[in-house]
Design a protein around this ligand. Structure first.
Ligand SMILES: [Zn+2]
Length: 406
């Protein structure tokens, strides 16, 4: 079974139903659109609907109908790691990490790039574009190359050197922009409306966001359909959070899982517009932000997606929190030391937020908590350890080994 069960697009604000065309907002009210599926067929077929491996295992609940458009570099199927030692340190009953750093370009973005570029092919586009802090840029560029499309990648001037190298290698056109994401995205969004390229950004394209929904399906399937009590997701403008929450909702509506997990939105403190609004019980006030080590979370104005995250948090009795740069960097090294998982600061931010929420007693530790780790640490820029070499003979090597293992 490889059909797509996608039926239509629905406006999240006015509920208007739209056909499955390429559109970025509701024609009636300019609200954001989300994909809706045949839940009755999902329910009747059950998870037996799924076949194959990786992201396209979930093709029935993705919006790319033609298998020829399902571009792949081997994304999805990332590990759900049980982390008992770190759980003990944080006093959590059970801690699971969904480690998306093992995706082909090292980030969760590969899930959305697969459906974005798949949709670009489906709708007959020849060029893609994205405004990126680094991860989305290299991912969209790689998937576009794989599909034979040209890419126009706008990259943050403070993106890490490994991310820039990766983008330069894969992009048809790489343009470094001055300032932060918020400065460029509004102008770029207007160009996207003129359809000069296929929108691979995080603000509006429902087809692009959809790939990330597979996080929820994988977490559920890897948990034997007994989903964790809590899922902590990183939030910049909210794509991963929204997509994951909806994946769980679909499975609950279809009767695949008995309940959806409580969702936690995790932000960097220097870009915490959503966490702040949630805490204050207020609407989002866009922030003028500077640099945060969690480059991928550096958005001060999450726009309509931010409002959507806030609505989901309030409806689902979710939780939002943030962590400062020092906490994020400390957690990056702690995770590597304690569990052997090397994730980037953007990737580990959600775990640092979990530690903060537990320390503040805002979350019950007697639960199974799953944290989405969204990127590899292999693209982190930093000072390597000293390169001063040591010369050895038999005796000195023997002494050193004995000393170090003592
Ligand atoms: Zn509408």
């Amino acid at each position: 079974m490889t059909d797509s069960l996608a039926q239509h697009l629905t406006c999240i604000d006015c509920g208007a139903v739209h056909p499955l065309t390429y559109q970025l907002e509701c024609r009636a009210c300019r609200g954001l659109l989300e994909l809706r599926y045949d839940i009755t067929r999902m329910g009747a077929a059950g998870p037996g609907l799924l076949a194959g491996a990786g992201l396209w295992r979930y093709a029935p609940v993705l919006p790319i109908p033609d298998p020829a458009h399902r571009v792949t570099l081997g994304e999805g199927g990332t590990p759900l790691l049980d982390c008992p030692r770190l759980a003990r340190e944080l006093s959590v009953r059970r801690l699971l990490l969904k480690f998306d750093g093992t995706n082909p370009t090292g980030t969760v973005k590969d899930r959305s790039s697969a459906t974005a570029v798949g949709a670009a092919l489906h709708f007959g586009y020849r060029a893609t574009s994205v405004v990126s802090s680094g991860n989305a840029g290299s991912s969209v560029a790689a998937y576009s190359a794989r599909a034979g499309l040209s890419s126009l990648i706008f990259a943050y001037e403070r993106a890490s050197a490994p991310k820039l190298l990766h983008m330069a290698a894969t992009a048809t056109n790489l343009i470094i922009y001055k300032g932060v994401y918020d400065d460029l995205i509004k102008i770029w969004d207007r160009l996207a409306m003129e359809r000069l390229f296929f929108d691979c950004g995080a603000s509006r394209n429902p087809y692009k966001q959809e790939g990330k929904k597979t996080l929820a399906y994988e977490i559920a399937e890897q948990s034997g359909w007994a989903v964790p009590d809590v899922v902590v997701a990183p939030v910049a403008v909210g794509e991963t959070f929204i997509a994951t929450a909806r994946g769980f909702r679909e499975m609950r509506e279809a009767g695949w899982i008995p309940r959806a997990p409580l969702m936690v939105a995790a932000q960097a403190r220097r870009a915490n517009a959503i966490a702040r609004a949630f805490h204050d019980g207020a609407a989002i006030t866009p922030l003028k932000i500077g640099y945060t080590v969690a480059e991928g979370l550096a958005a001060g104005d999450p726009g309509k997606k931010g409002d959507w995250v806030l609505r989901l948090l309030r409806e689902g009795k979710g939780l939002a929190g943030d962590a400062d740069d020092d906490e994020i960097l400390a957690m990056q090294h702690r995770l590597a030391r304690v569990e052997g998982v090397w994730a980037g600061p953007t990737g580990v931010a959600a775990l640092a937020v979990l530690a903060r929420l537990l320390a503040d007693a805002r979350l019950d530790p007697a639960q199974t908590i799953c944290v989405i780790i969204s990127e590899t640490g292999l693209k982190t820029e930093g000072e390597p350890p000293s390169r001063t070499g040591v010369a050895f003979d038999d005796d000195s090597l023997r002494r050193l080994v004995a000393e170090r293992l003592a």
